[in-house]
Design a protein around this ligand. Structure first.
Ligand SMILES: Nc1ncnc2c1ncn2[C@@H]1O[C@H](COP(=O)(O)OP(=O)(O)OP(=O)(O)O)[C@@H](O)[C@H]1O
Ligand SMILES: CCCCCCCCCCCCC/C=C/[C@@H](O)[C@H](CO)NC(C)=O
Ligand SMILES: [Ca+2]
Length: 545
């Protein structure tokens, strides 16, 4: 309705691109230019939606790889726009900066084109950000965050008229604390340049700040949390970059920068992880016990290897051949709505997610435009029956999204939805080493990961994990951890270094030195650790929703 009421900006004229003559038209929502032959007949037409125009500059201008402006070009202007490249991943295309340099018959006409295009951009792109707060983790991935931002992203933001305040972090959790405590007036969004860890900092900052401002405690698992208005953008420069890959479809800084500029947004499910009555962390990707917890614990000792540390640690943990006892309880989601084995792929605009958003936020008109939101209209204890599974497990994984990444292009659960308010629980029961290797191998191929006799997958609204009777987490140990800051109390937030410290302490406390000395000792540990979006949790018994 709103769109129909806007008086569209129109302009049509003859223009030149190089030596070819075109009829160019700015009509409502599109900029089109059609090549004309010598007899004025139409040849090829290029059409760009105004919403995908990045910027308009006087003269003959180039921005990437370096900015250059040609002289004496007062009849020329350059239009920059989103150009979809033919390469990308199975469900995401690379975006590139398209550029066309137009030459007008007169300077007056050039000025008219520039003015009308800029008016059209303002009118038709209401959700574009104007001011962004950017956090660069200089130590993420291959340590190229600064270079990636300054050479590939900043020139695009500048071209699009976005002003950015850049913070290069000097310590873990600086970005989170900044969002929690500093004045954010005037910022339309926050952006991280790094991996899933720095994204998680922004997520905790944004959710935490929103709750603080609403006077709500994040520790109460039954509480309806306030949805977050501040959008989070991700420029991938980490090791796994799973959140970026699963939402955009490729890990490419230019593609992500262009999505941010045009104001694209995608709501995300957020899972809260509690231990007893305290919030431990939020997760958007993987909450994993057993194999994925062990891989993370092992990989933290080999950070110097960069992204390769996960492959090395994966192989080491696989060779250690472990399984763990536990009790899993889960609350199934409505199987009429979707299933983890229905072979769907969730993309932006997914109908299951739209219905989920309507169902979860019936009175919130802005819900569908949230980038990251906490689905809080949750009545887990009244909706359905909890199911309990006890046994020995190779891996227990809960993933709110597919968790696809370059290592696993379809992800841990290929048909999981980004924003339906559910997660997929993947239970890999103890099995022989070859069976488990088959399962791991299927992560990296297109073969059905769940079509194995020792694997079960359930779409769920909540999960609890506990140790078998007699092996529960030691209460005294818990108290020590709280005092030591490992648990997330009011005013405190988790840290990667903090949780790693706990892993070491925990290993020592429990006599699991083999966890920390190269996985070489003969005595197998009885408990694993939880990997929560790449952070080690300081607790074994947790509840997620
Ligand atoms: N200046 C800093 N010094 C040390 N650690 C930092 C700094 N800034 C951020 N961190 C922390 O570094 C950790 C890892 O960062 P990040 O996620 O960006 O990279 P990664 O681990 O290589 O990638 P991925 O999480 O995708 O595997 C995060 O937990 C973050 O909190
Ligand atoms: C015998 C070697 C086996 C190697 C198995 C490789 C399987 C790769 C699957 C990767 C899935 C990653 C899921 C995403 C988790 C992220 O949240 C987290 C943070 O970045 N990354 C990791 C690696 O924990
Ligand atoms: Ca989901």
């Amino acid at each position: 309705m709103e769109l129909m009421d806007v008086d569209p900006v129109r302009l049509e004229s003859s223009l030149w691109v190089g030596k070819k003559r075109y009829r160019a038209a700015l009509t409502g929502w599109h900029l089109n230019w059609t090549e004309l032959d010598k007899k004025n007949r139409d040849k090829k037409t290029v059409s760009v939606p105004v919403s995908e125009v990045i910027g308009v500059e006087e003269g003959r201008v180039q921005v990437l790889p370096q900015r250059s402006v040609a002289e004496d070009t007062d009849r020329e202007f350059t239009v920059f726009y989103v150009k979809r490249s033919s390469s990308g991943s199975s469900y995401g295309l690379l975006w590139r900066l398209g550029r066309t340099q137009f030459c007008c018959p007169s300077r007056d006409l050039r000025d008219q084109w520039m003015t009308q295009l800029r008016i059209a951009l303002k009118t038709h792109s209401p959700s574009r950000p104007h001011r962004l707060l950017v956090f660069i983790n200089p130590f993420g991935g291959k340590k190229q965050g600064r270079q990636i931002y300054h050479s590939l992203v900043a020139p695009l933001f500048e071209l699009a008229g976005i002003s950015s305040h850049v913070v290069v972090t000097e310590r873990a959790n600086q970005a989170r604390d900044h969002i929690l405590k500093k004045d954010l007036t005037g910022f339309d969004g926050v952006v991280c340049v790094g991996g899933d860890g720095i994204f998680s900092e922004l997520l905790h900052g944004v959710i935490g700040r929103t709750q603080q401002e609403a006077g709500l405690s994040e520790h109460d698992p039954s509480l309806t949390l306030q949805s977050c208005d501040l959008h989070i953008g991700i420029i991938p420069a980490g090791s796994t970059d799973c959140v970026c890959f699963a939402t955009v479809g490729v890990n490419d800084p230019v593609t992500s920068a262009l999505h941010i500029i045009i104001g694209d947004s995608q709501p995300l499910d957020v899972c809260s992880v509690h231990h007893r009555s305290s919030l431990v962390r939020y997760s958007v990707s993987l909450v994993g016990y057993g194999f994925y917890g062990d891989v993370l614990a092992e990989s933290e000792r080999h950070r110097w290897m960069g992204p390769l540390r996960y492959d090395y640690s994966g192989a080491m943990v696989y060779l250690s051949n472990r399984s763990y006892a536990g009790v899993i309880q889960y609350l199934p989601a409505d199987s009429q709505l979707s299933s983890p084995r229905d072979n769907t792929r969730c993309l932006s605009g997914c109908s299951v997610c739209s219905k989920g958003t309507e169902r979860l936020f019936p009175h919130s008109p802005g819900a569908s435009s949230l980038y990251s939101s906490h689905f809080s209209q949750f009545s887990s204890d009244t909706e359905g029956e909890w199911v309990s599974v006890e046994g020995r497990f190779r891996a227990v994984s809960l993933t709110c999204m597919s968790s696809s990444c370059p290592r696993s292009p379809l992800g841990l659960s290929p048909s999981a939805h980004l924003a339906d308010g559910t997660g997929d629980l993947i239970i890999v029961r103890d099995t022989h080493p070859l069976g488990f290797l088959t399962f791991l191998h299927r992560h990296t191929s297109t073969q059905d990961q769940f079509d194995l006799p020792f694997v079960d997958v359930h779409r769920v609204k909540a999960v609890r994990f506990s140790l078998p009777t007699g092996e529960e987490e030691d209460k005294d140990e818990e108290r020590e951890r709280v005092n030591d800051g490992g648990m997330m109390e009011e005013g405190k937030r988790p840290s990667r270094s903090g949780s790693h410290k706990h892993l070491i302490e925990r290993g020592e406390e429990r006599g699991q030195k083999d966890f920390l000395c190269g996985l070489c000792c003969s005595k197998a540990p009885t408990v694993s650790v939880w990997n929560c979006d790449g952070e080690i949790l300081p607790h074994t018994e947790i509840s997620c929703r």
